[in-house]
Design a protein around this ligand. Structure first.
Ligand code: NAD
Length: 476
């Protein structure tokens, strides 16, 4: 019989849901271990999951590098700044990204040490009785058990059967962070968050980027006015987004990827040098559950949980991308904290209605709450107010005039139902709306708050005033 170590909490997965849950549990005095299978580019175990290793952090590093280059080559002239023969060293850019990843994954190791969380490297399988079996990277098998187990295994890219990843020509998000040179022609399947962000990176560095999106509408999850304004800007940047395009097959021939797809005009062909497939992600639950744990998976392979992230099996919880709700790092982290608090006998809850969304394109998109289309479908009476950045002094001074803020409030109570933004720095500005909605504020509340001048946030103030047709700096 294998000896097993017992913990108050065993967390499976060290992504933003799992590592945060582990740290919070340890802070609350619980003896905590965190098992993770991820191996970094250097072949060593790396904490932080998709977010830190191949997601949020590295993509933002490349978005920032490519934005600097794009500004230098396209936007500095208007400020009277010129530079001779600007060039980009892709190796140096990717190297900088790798250094940032290492800094942050190493940071989690330090935080675990400081909080006395025990990291365990390997692939975990949950067995009945909250026993967790771990297959180490050297093939060894060990076991730990927990009074509580928190499943936080995250998600993996969905693979299309007719465009399988070979990690050279046909890549997922991780592959598209590590091209050794700017692809001449980059094809992207899926005009979602990853497709738009990574498509933007390589477009700014000189790729000819074509994005094939199966749905007829662009960014159907966003408010239609915001999606329309964003589409206009992406088109100006030269991103070729083809809607209603259904991929038939992708074949690698002569170091090129030959695509066949169909759209309203019939069958089409496209040849690219590299293909990024970003058609969504699925819960990473393969091999997670042994027989008899009592934990259920739904039809999409997600761990079934209640409103408090409990699986229904005694002492087993699940958080983050592997359960229902948006696949967003910050949503997973909040669930991780909530569950740790519940385990420690405190209150913990995540309001999925006020989770902010951000897309880090240029301009950025950010929103919280319901879109106008959702409210229409639900028959909720509403009023809207919007305000363009083109009329905001700070935005004009920054030469960042694209986009707008749109506020949606209940027609009778004025309660804020949704706030939608497209423009520079809206990833930071959205939190004013999140706070207001968490506090159950009204458009009038936002309109009565003194906003500093000159700032981009004045667009939120004016959009809130516009709900009542009293914006100052535009005709109502
Ligand atoms: P997504 O769901 O955002 O977009 C996938 C897109 O692919 C959709 O528009 C879908 O209609 C389209 N699609 C699906 N099948 C297709 C097909 N066969 N052909 C053409 N188009 C097809 O998914 P993603 O971009 O892969 O991102 C995965 C997850 O990661 C998302 O849940 C996203 O929220 C999350 N993520 C978030 C951020 C962020 O918060 N900024 C960044 C990256 C990823």
């Amino acid at each position: 019989m294998m000896s097993e170590q017992h913990y108050d909490v065993v967390v499976i997965g060290a992504g933003p849901a799992g590592y945060v849950a582990a740290i919070r549990a340890a802070q609350l005095g619980l003896k905590t271990a965190c098992v993770d299978a991820f191996v970094g580019k250097d072949g060593k175990p790396a904490l932080g999951g998709t977010c830190l290793n191949v997601g949020c952090i590295p993509s933002k590093a490349l978005l920032d590098s490519s934005k600097q280059f794009h500004n230098l080559t396209h936007n500095f002239a208007v400020h009277g700044i010129s530079a001779a023969n600007p060039s980009i060293d892709v190796g140096a850019m990717v190297g900088r990204k790798d250094k940032i990843v290492k800094q942050f994954t190493g940071g989690i190791t330090s935080l675990f040490k400081a909080n006395k969380v025990t990291p365990i490297a390997g692939f975990a399988t949950l067995k009945p009785g909250r026993v967790v079996s771990i297959k180490g990277h050297d093939g060894s098998v060990s076991e730990v058990s927990g009074t509580n187990v928190i499943i936080a295994t995250g998600s993996v890219p969905i693979e299309l059967p007719f465009a399988k990843f070979d990690n050279k020509f046909i890549v997922d998000n991780a592959g598209a962070l590590d091209f050794d040179a700017t692809p001449g022609r980059l094809g992207v399947i899926g005009a979602g968050v990853i497709g738009l962000e990574l498509g933007s990176v390589w477009k700014r560095l000189g790729s000819e980027v074509t994005i094939l999106e199966a749905l007829p509408d662009f960014l159907a999850a966003a408010d239609a006015d915001i999606a329309k304004a964003a589409a206009r800007e992406f088109k100006k940047q030269g991103l070729d987004i083809r809607l209603g395009a259904k991929l038939g097959k992708a074949e690698i021939r002569n170091n090129e990827v030959h695509l066949t797809y169909s759209d309203a005009k019939g069958e089409q062909n496209l040849v690219v040098d590299r293909l990024l497939v970003a058609v969504g992600r699925r819960a990473a639950t393969n091999g997670l559950l042994a027989e008899g744990t009592g934990v259920q998976l739904d039809e999409r392979g997600r761990v079934v949980v209640d409103d408090h992230c409990h699986t229904g099996a005694d002492g087993v919880w699940a958080v983050g991308d592997c359960v229902r709700g948006p696949m967003l790092a910050h949503k997973g982290s909040e669930e991780g904290i909530a569950v740790a608090e519940l385990i420690a006998g405190r209150a913990g809850h995540v309001n999925l209605d006020t989770v902010p969304w951000v897309i880090y394109t240029e301009p950025e998109l950010a929103w919280v709450g319901k879109t106008e289309e959702q409210l229409k479908a639900e028959g909720v009476p509403y009023r809207t107010g919007s305000f363009p950045f083109a009329a905001i002094g700070r935005a004009v001074a920054m030469n960042e005039t694209a986009g707008m803020v749109k506020v949606i409030a209940h027609a009778e109570t004025d309660r804020l139902l949704g706030v939608h933004m497209v423009g520079a720095c809206v990833s930071e500005m959205i939190h004013e709306a999140v706070v207001a909605m968490e506090f159950k504020g009204s458009a009038e509340d936002l309109a009565r708050i003194c906003h500093a001048h000159p700032t981009l946030s004045e667009a939120v103030h004016e959009a809130a005033l516009a709900v009542d047709k009293r914006a100052i700096h535009k005709a109502n």
